[in-house]
Design a protein around this ligand. Structure first.
Ligand code: BES
Ligand code: MN
Ligand code: ZN
Length: 502
């Protein structure tokens, strides 16, 4: 298990396998650590820079052997990018690449100082840098090997990242920072684990058990409703999705009360389809296996509640996960069927593959019972979002400018950026039904928007924002601190929004 430690001292005096040295791109002047290392190694950094194989671009790394007079074995040069663009994201990326390089080399103990990653950048304080460094390292080193039975055991692992700081005051700030970064990144990695499990091992029942276990360990209350209770609530839309599956639905409720008694909670609703086959409107077989990721919103919600509780945020927060499979069978819903939602509104089914909004509609309406300060939903809702925004922006729609502004600001900070799309009335035309109050699909045009318009009908007058993560919840290629696979995106985003709301 990766361990973070902090001590006062000078990093060059540490007996570690490698020391990380941050370097800005095209900087006239190196930071103090880089300058010192350069001098100790007889101008080795200058030599590397003049060869241009390493220029300090963000995500670049290079390795120098240390001299025998030093206790460390290697220096890993970490590109921080252009100094004028310096920010926490550059630090996360640089740290991610550095630890991956160290792991590749089979190294175990890494020494680092926050100073060498913020060198000269006055607007980044050591505590914030430490959060970003812990996150970058812990997120980058994530692996999921549960099902690689024969490959387990011989994988390389970094054991310790030692922060060595030159002042007592910094030590205290860095300690706090890495604790926070650890909680947040562990919560993201926990969500990644949930998402990575194949659907046969992540049924609604198993998801509920996992939620309970996590909740218990983090001091969060967890209540799980099963079919009779869900029926009693009248959640006909959500139950409609589940009726074709052999796996029973589970409505998971997480409650964390860190705020004042009676203070309005923030309710987070996560789409939790443990497998989306499309139902009778079945999906093409190619790539269908990816639909085990259709509970990414729910996984992020569990991560948010865990971290919020462990960070003791002074807020009341509720997480709702309407978990179910979407399967075709003799008992499945059909196109043309009409369902009655908990809100009383009736829904004509156009496509059984537009199941997310059905499950969410009842969960959103249930959320209004809390008289919440905000409702945030997070969902792998539409393929249209992937077409519109690709894999770098989360689709955002909502009915409250203040909440959307806060979300956008949080997104910039954690680099889980959102892009707004309109929620104009004109689009509601597309989901008008001749037989029911609305239909569950507005066709191909503006698919992100019509899905969100559908959801908007169920939040009453509550301030609400919807995050469509269909395009960002999963990546094909490794990024600096995101290995290919589920990103658990939205976890850090919603947490940042909550932290900023305290
Ligand atoms: N879970 C899918 C959306 C999705 C697609 C997520 C690809 C990630 C990658 C969702 O339930 C779905 O099937 N949506 C349909 C809606 C349509 C039938 C209106 C879609 O996007 O095709
Ligand atoms: Mn679907
Ligand atoms: Zn789906």
């Amino acid at each position: 298990m990766l361990k973070f430690t902090v001590k006062e001292g000078h990093v060059l005096r540490e007996r570690v396998d490698a020391i990380l040295v941050g370097i800005y791109e095209d900087a006239g002047e190196k930071g103090p650590l880089a300058a010192e290392v350069n001098r100790l190694l007889g101008g080795a950094i200058d030599k590397v820079l003049s060869r241009k194989s390493f220029t300090g671009k963000v995500e670049q790394t290079d390795v120098l052997e240390a001299r025998e007079t030093l206790p460390a074995s290697y220096f890993i040069l970490c590109g921080l990018g252009k100094a004028e663009k310096a920010g926490l994201e550059q630090i996360r990326q640089a740290m991610g690449r550095a630890v991956l390089r160290a792991r590749e080399m089979g190294l175990k103990r890494i020494g680092v100082s926050t100073n060498s990653f913020v060198c000269g950048t006055e607007n980044i304080v050591a505590g914030d840098a430490a959060v970003a460094m812990a996150e970058g390292a812990n997120l980058a080193l994530y692996t999921f090997t549960k099902y690689k039975v024969k490959e387990n055991g011989n994988s390389k692992n970094i054991e310790e990242i030692r922060f060595v700081e030159d002042e007592k005051k910094t030590v205290t700030a860095v300690k706090k920072g890495i604790e926070k970064g650890r909680i947040i990144s562990d919560s993201v990695n926990l969500a990644r684990d949930l998402i990575n499990h194949p659907a046969n091992d992540m049924t609604p029942t198993i998801l509920a058990e996992s939620a309970k276990k996590t909740a218990k360990a983090a001091g969060v209350k967890c209540t799980v409703l099963s079919r009779p209770q869900i029926e009693k609530l009248g959640m006909g839309a959500y139950l409609g999705v589940s009726q074709g599956s052999e796996e029973p639905p589970r409505f998971i409720i997480l409650e964390y009360n860190g705020g004042k008694k009676g203070e309005k909670p923030v309710v987070v609703v996560g789409k939790s389809i443990t497998f989306d086959s499309g139902g009778i409107s079945i999906k093409p077989s190619e790539g269908m296996g990816k639909m085990k990721y259709d509970m990414s919103g729910g996984a992020a919600t569990i991560g948010v509640l865990r971290a919020a509780s462990m960070l003791r945020l002074p807020l009341n927060i509720v997480g709702l996960l309407p978990a179910t499979e979407n399967m075709p069978s003799g008992s499945a819903i059909r196109p043309g069927d009409v369902l009655r939602s908990m809100s009383g509104r009736t829904i004509e089914i156009i496509s059984t593959d537009a199941e997310g909004r059905l499950a969410l509609s009842d969960a959103l309406f249930y959320a209004t019972r809390y008289k919440p300060r905000w409702i945030i939903d997070i969902a792998t809702l539409t393929g249209a979002c992937a077409v519109a925004l690709g894999s770098h922006a989360i689709g955002m729609l909502g009915n409250n400018k203040d909440l959307k502004d806060r979300m956008a600001a949080a997104g910039e900070k954690v680099w889980e950026r959102v892009w707004e799309m309109p929620l104009w009335d004109e689009y509601a035309e597309q989901i008008k039904s001749p037989v029911a109050d609305m239909k569950n699909s507005g066709g191909r045009e503006g698919g992100v928007i019509t899905a969100a318009i559908f959801l908007s009908k169920f939040v009453e007058d509550c301030p609400w924002v919807h995050l469509d993560i269909a395009s960002t919840e999963w990546i094909d290629k490794d990024r600096a601190y995101m290995p290919a696979g589920p990103t658990a995106i939205g976890t850090r985003l919603i947490l940042q929004l909550l932290m900023d709301a305290c």
